[in-house]
Each structure stands twice: as structure tokens, then as C-alpha cells.
Design a protein around this ligand. Structure first.
Ligand SMILES: Nc1ncnc2c1ncn2[C@@H]1O[C@H](COP(=O)(O)OP(=O)(O)O)[C@@H](O)[C@H]1O
Ligand SMILES: [Mg+2]
Length: 325
């Protein structure tokens, strides 16, 4: 083992190796390694069914792994699950609040479950109400609040015992863009205080908010990188941007072409994702020829730089092809 790797493991707050979970014959999580250091925001990305929630549940100690090891905040989950859990804050994908209790009552209940009492409990609840901008709604019924508030309350509850490690499973799902932005700012603030944060999302653009991301597909991590570096990977997946007036039949024709992976309408243009390795220039001139034949003009057609999501799609496509090969 490299010296550098050893030291990063020593300081990591989450360190899982070969994490695997089977349900019968089905492998939901297939031998993944996850390392997250203090102050780091680690994003686990992937489509629905990729295995993100199953991975998180194992890392939190609520689901036993079929194989692999998990260390959280220096505690071995297999041997000292209680001690490990004491260092963990977890907001589940379908988190549960008591809708008919007030925000403050929910926090009191949770503080009690963590074994916080008296002045300490009051102090932490006050911190949570202030820090998560819930003070104004402290006496309101949790169930009557908008989803964005409910998510902040769930996060507040997960932070009462001052965990060193925070797991957030799709924390921004269903929340409007403005509230999402605020949520990410909260997450940064928590990371700045030294907490290790593992967050899952299926919103690809949110990956750019993470310090490091791992892309999951069918239970495996297919790529792990700094998101900016990932966005600039040159991939052999060309993108064409097409603008045409009344080119409906042209578009239908293009859909049949084997080189065309996907067509995504975006801001009055059509983004055409081509299959990896195909010649975009040759394809563009074939499209122009076809447009001329069917009398569609004027037509703007150009190759454009891939966006982050294009890169992710290309990586997933390559992974899926490898799997079916
Ligand atoms: N308790 C379970 N029993 C059987 N299959 C499960 C169970 N939990 C999850 N799975 C399956 O494991 C796969 C991964 O699920 P999940 O971890 O929830 O994915 P994600 O969170 O990425 O959407 C899915 O195919 C799901 O149906
Ligand atoms: Mg999930």
C-alpha cells in the first residue's frame, strides 16, 4: 500500500472497502470503496436503482453488508455499531417527522432519542433552530410546513448530537431550485465545520457542488473524480446542435439512425448526442444532405462542447455496453 493512501485512510471519517449487498441472487451494491475525509462533500450519483440508498444504509449501520468493511469516525461498524452510529447523522430518502408535533417538539423528541438532556438539549435545539433558519416556525406543526422546511427540520434533527459524519439521501429531491441552492449553502457551512458529508443525488448538475463524486451504475462505481476534472474529460461522444424550422420529418428520420443516441430539446435547439466513436463531421454533412433533399432550410448545425451531463451519460453508456457485452 502506498504511504499516501495509508495516511488518507487514517484521517478518513468514512472508509468502506469492498462494500457489497445482495438481495437473494441480485447484487444491489457490488464491491464499492468509499473514502470521505473531514470537511469533504462527497457525492454519490446515479440513476434510480443504481444502489445509492442501499450503500448509504450499510454505511449508516442500518443494513448489514453481505461483504466488505466499514469504518466510520474510526469505529468498525461490524464490531462497534453503536459507537459508530453515535457519530452519524442520517437523513433518509423518505425521512419521517411527526407531522402533528411542532418543529420544536420534533427536535425535543429527537434530542431525547440521542440521550441529550437538560441544558445541553435546550442549547442544541436552539442552535438547530437558528442555524437552519427554523426559529420562525418553531411552534408550527411540522406536517403543515412546505417540503423545503420539512427537509431542513430533518437535517436539524440529524445534527443535534453533533455528528462527525453526515449522510444525506437525495436531500434536494422535490425541492424548488431556490430552496435547493439554500440547502447546498447549508451543506457547505457544515463541511466547513469539519463534518464529512456523503450526499446522493440523481440531479446531475448538483454533482458540480461536490468536492468529489462517484458515479454508480448497477451497484458499481464506474468513475470517481473531482467534478470539474470529470466535466473536462475528453470523451469520444460528440454532440451536435441542430436548429431547423419545420424540420419535423427530418427529426423523425434522425431518430432512426443508429449513430444517434438521444435527442434533447434545449432552448430552441435540439442537442443530438451521438454514439461514442462516431465521426461527427461526416454525420453533420449527411444531415445537411438529408435536409436539402427534404427542402428543410435554413438550418443551423454545429458541433458543440459536451456539458457535464453529456459526459456522465457517455460514461454510463460505456458502462452499460460493457455490461451487456
Ligand atoms: N430490501 C430489498 N430487497 C430487494 N431488493 C432491493 C431491496 N432494497 C433495494 N433493492 C434493489 O436494489 C437496487 C438498488 O436500490 P437502491 O439502493 O434503492 O437504489 P437507488 O437509491 O440508487 O435508487 C434496486 O434494484 C432495488 O430494487
Ligand atoms: Mg435511493
Amino acid at each position: 500500500m502506498e504511504a499516501e493512501e495509508r495516511s488518507s485512510q487514517a484521517s478518513a471519517l468514512i472508509d468502506a472497502r469492498g462494500l457489497t449487498r445482495r438481495f437473494g441472487d441480485f447484487v444491489a451494491v457490488d464491491g464499492i470503496d468509499v473514502t470521505v475525509g473531514p470537511g469533504e462533500v462527497f457525492g454519490l450519483l446515479g440513476a434510480n436503482g443504481a444502489g445509492k440508498t442501499t450503500a448509504i444504509r450499510m454505511l449508516c449501520g442500518t443494513l448489514a453488508p453481505t461483504a466488505g468493511s466499514i469504518m466510520v469516525a474510526g469505529q468498525d461498524m461490524a464490531r462497534h455499531a453503536r459507537r459508530a452510529r453515535g457519530q452519524i447523522g442520517y437523513v433518509a430518502q423518505r425521512f419521517a417527522l411527526y407531522g402533528d408535533l411542532t418543529v420544536r417538539e420534533n427536535l425535543r423528541l429527537q434530542a431525547g432519542l440521542y440521550g441529550l438532556a437538560g441544558g445541553r438539549s435546550r442549547e442544541r435545539i436552539q442552535w438547530a433552530l437558528t442555524h437552519l433558519a427554523l426559529a420562525d416556525v418553531a411552534e408550527r406543526m411540522a406536517g403543515m410546513l412546505p417540503l423545503g422546511y420539512q427537509r431542513r427540520l430533518a437535517l436539524a434533527a440529524a445534527l443535534l448530537h453533533e455528528p462527525k459524519v453526515l449522510f444525506l439521501d437525495e436531500p434536494t429531491s422535490g425541492v424548488d431550485p431556490m430552496a435547493r441552492q439554500q440547502f447546498w449553502e447549508l451543506i457547505y457551512g457544515l463541511a466547513d465545520s469539519g463534518i464529512a458529508i456523503l450526499v446522493t443525488t440523481h440531479y446531475m448538475n448538483e454533482a458540480l457542488f461536490c468536492d468529489r463524486i462517484a458515479l454508480m451504475d448497477a451497484g458499481r462505481i464506474v468513475v470517481e473524480d473531482d467534478p470539474a476534472a470529470l466535466a473536462h474529460r475528453s470523451l469520444s461522444t460528440p454532440i451536435l446542435s441542430l436548429k431547423s424550422e419545420g424540420g419535423g420529418t427530418l427529426v423523425q428520420e434522425l431518430r432512426q439512425w443508429p449513430e444517434v443516441l438521444e435527442m434533447i430539446p434545449s432552448a430552441g435547439q435540439l442537442r443530438i448526442r451521438l454514439r461514442g466513436g462516431c465521426d461527427a463531421t461526416a454525420l453533420a454533412s449527411r444531415i445537411r444532405g438529408l435536409a436539402d433533399e427534404s427542402g428543410v432550410a435554413p438550418l443551423k448545425l454545429e458541433q458543440v462542447d459536451p456539458e457535464f451531463e453529456d459526459v456522465v451519460v457517455a460514461i454510463l453508456e460505456a458502462s452499460q455496453q460493457e455490461r451487456s457485452a
